[in-house]
Design a protein around this ligand. Structure first.
Ligand code: CA
Length: 224
């Protein structure tokens, strides 16, 4: 599997390269946006890991141009912090996923596998788990035929859970990812929002999509 890593922060670039090479990926890396665009157009990659803030040309503009040319290479954006507008813009432009720095290399590898799997199957903007469907493009969520109204925060929370099925997510991870906090403000923000989400998804408590892991966090269940 051939990966293009576009990142101008040397430390991150070399950490990503090393981590991916250890897993057997062939890695090309690039620190400038304009060079990255040329490489993405002239070579075939299985996935592009794309930083947003870059010298030469920014990541979102590269993504926009690639998609305008009907280039469907899976793209995972790297964002400097939980910046919801950047993420939403990136997803609207056709990014397949995003990661907020700092991240674990295992997380990047899992996402690369997920987006390349999806690239060969259904559109990446649709997440499914049993009767639950989320379209990250139109921001519609349904359970069976029932349309679920979510606040933007609940939507982001559910998206994060659905993108990590079967994995235990700690409250701290959820806070960082969904609220952008790099610390635990000692509130029950996560718990309260999870409860609300559960009620909306499953008012009769018949099939709980979200499992509580006592004193740790939560796990999204693949219900099939
Ligand atoms: Ca950067």
């Amino acid at each position: 599997m051939k990966v293009l890593v576009v990142e101008d922060e040397k430390k991150i670039a070399s950490f990503v390269r090393k981590g991916l090479e250890e897993q057997g990926f062939a890695v090309e890396s690039c620190a400038r946006g304009d060079d990255a665009y040329t490489m993405a157009r002239s070579q075939a990659f299985d996935v592009i890991v794309l930083d947003i803030m870059l010298p030469g040309r920014d990541g979102l503009s590269i993504l926009r141009s690639l998609r305008e040319q009907k280039n469907t290479v899976p793209v995972i954006l790297l964002t400097a912090r939980a910046e919801p507008n950047e993420r939403i813009e990136g997803l609207n432009l056709g990014a397949d996923d995003y990661l907020t720095k700092p991240f674990y290399i295992q997380e990047l590898i899992a996402r690369i596998h997920a987006v390349t799997r999806r690239a060969s199957g259904e559109p990446s903007s649709v997440l499914r788990a049993g009767r639950l469907t989320m379209n990250v493009m139109t921001r519609q969520v349904t359970v069976g035929e029932r349309h679920i109204e979510l606040t933007p925060r609940e939507f982001n929370l559910l998206e994060y859970l659905m993108r990590s099925p079967g994995r235990v997510l700690t409250r701290t991870q959820i806070l960082e990812r969904v609220w952008g906090y790099a610390f635990d403000p000692q509130t029950n923000l996560v718990d309260v929002n999870i409860q609300r989400l559960r009620k909306k998804l499953d008012p009769d408590s018949k099939a709980d999509f979200i499992e509580t892991i006592r004193s740790v966090g939560y796990r999204f269940l693949k219900s099939e």
